[in-house]
Write a protein that binds this ligand. Structure first.
Ligand code: ADP
Ligand code: DP6
Ligand code: CO
Length: 353
């Protein structure tokens, strides 16, 4: 029986958390394959908090591939979505569901169409890595639907072609995106450095300074940086390689002072290269700067870092407290310095353990 003559629908739903880089990826050496100019390291958040939920479905009654993001239809024509779909379809396997009478052969996936519905439970395109959770979830759910045999590291290389940071969300815990050497990107993938239990006293607190969509997407921002900044070459070649080694050690040894120092200085350098881009890119705002001062003052007064901060391509603060006690004190300080309903109301201060 031909697949066209049947009426059935097959669905898979997956949820994927976002990840926040503590050594940042910023700059590509290949725009199409999404190959970075340096390694990066991130923490994958708990999936019950900032995450994407995606349902992918296939049916012979669908006439084209379609996608809805947060309830609104978006185009799948972009090169990145097409790269992911092409790579996954090329690896698709036979799928059978005898109860439903479904019998899909490998080659059928080339002509079957997909409907994809995705929701982010946090602001999209606001510097909280929605592209990371979103594209990782898309690749993962499609891989399940089409019964791929590839492991998470091979899937990470596909997710990378959707959004670079997405490759790191295929793993939990502490993850490194190895930039790789090959021109075809075959060795540019994510590896897990340590799982989520390794350093579980850390508490992540996210202050949503602004949920608005940023003016400069990460993709175009880093393209401008690579084209115009002189500092970015120094960062990628001299600074990051040393920090990667030091950060791996800090994570392995649960050395919070080193971890915090590296995360804060790397975030600051990333925003410095944004300022060194022409025309300059300002992702942080006055409230972001006030949060940095607040944390820095506290860390100095304590004589050793209690909290690390890092800001992605947006004004929202990600703070990492060394333990629950410090996290409670940090929340108190934030609420005192940025009172609710005031001009600097942080909107939502989320506590992620
Ligand atoms: P962010 O800082 O949120 O990652 P980016 O500029 O890197 O911002 O990427 C935002 C883009 O990522 C969105 O405009 C959209 O194209 C894509 N994106 C975000 N969430 C999803 C999702 N759940 N599924 C597919 N694509 C998504
Ligand atoms: C500042 O992965 O969003 O969050 O690869 O063009 O999709 P594309 O960019 P994206 O860039 C993320 C940049 C960052 C740092 C990081 O996550 O490492
Ligand atoms: Co992004």
């Amino acid at each position: 029986m031909g697949i066209e003559s049947e009426k059935w629908i097959l669905m898979v739903t997956a949820r994927t958390p976002t990840n926040i880089a503590v050594i940042k990826y910023w700059g590509k050496r290949d725009e199409t394959l999404i190959l970075p100019i340096n390694d990066s390291i991130s923490l994958t958040l708990d999936p019950t908090h900032l995450s994407t939920t995606t349902t992918v479905s296939v049916s012979p009654t669908f006439h084209q591939d379609r996608m809805w993001l947060n309830g609104k239809e978006i185009s799948l024509q972009g090169g990145r979505f097409q790269s992911c779909l092409r790579e996954i379809r090329a690896r698709a396997q036979d799928v059978q569901d005898k109860k439903k009478g479904i019998d899909i052969k490998k080659e059928d996936w080339q002509k079957l169409h997909l409907h994809i519905a995705s929701y982010n439970n946090f602001p999209t395109a606001a510097g909280l890595a929605s592209s990371a959770a979103g594209l990782a979830c898309l690749v993962f759910s499609l891989a399940k639907l089409m019964n791929l045999k590839e492991d998470n590291s091979q899937l990470s290389a596909i997710a990378r072609q959707g959004s670079g940071s997405a490759c790191r969300s295929l793993y939990g815990g502490f993850v490194k995106w190895v930039m790789g050497k090959e021109d075809n990107g075959s060795d540019s993938l994510a590896v897990q450095l340590a799982d989520e239990k390794h350093w579980d006293e850390l508490v992540i607190i996210i202050a949503v300074v602004s949920a608005r969509q940023k003016e400069t997407s990460s993709t175009s921002g880093m393209r401008d940086t690579v084209e115009t900044s002189a500092l970015i070459q120094h960062r990628a070649k001299e600074v990051v390689p040393k920090r990667i080694v030091q950060m791996e050690d800090a994570i392995q040894n649960r050395d919070f002072p080193s971890f915090a120092r590296l995360a804060c200085t790397d975030s600051n350098q990333f925003h410095a290269v944004c300022l060194d881009t022409y025309p300059p890119i300002f992702y942080m705002n006055d409230t972001s700067h006030r949060i940095i001062s607040c944390v820095e003052k506290w860390n100095r007064a304590e004589g050793a870092p209690q909290v690390a901060y890092t800001f992605d391509a947006g004004p929202n603060a990600v703070m990492i407290a060394r333990n629950r006690k410090t996290a409670a004190l940090l929340l108190q300080r934030l609420l005192y310095n940025f009172p609710p309903e005031s001009d600097t109301d942080l909107g939502r201060v989320n506590n992620f353990i």
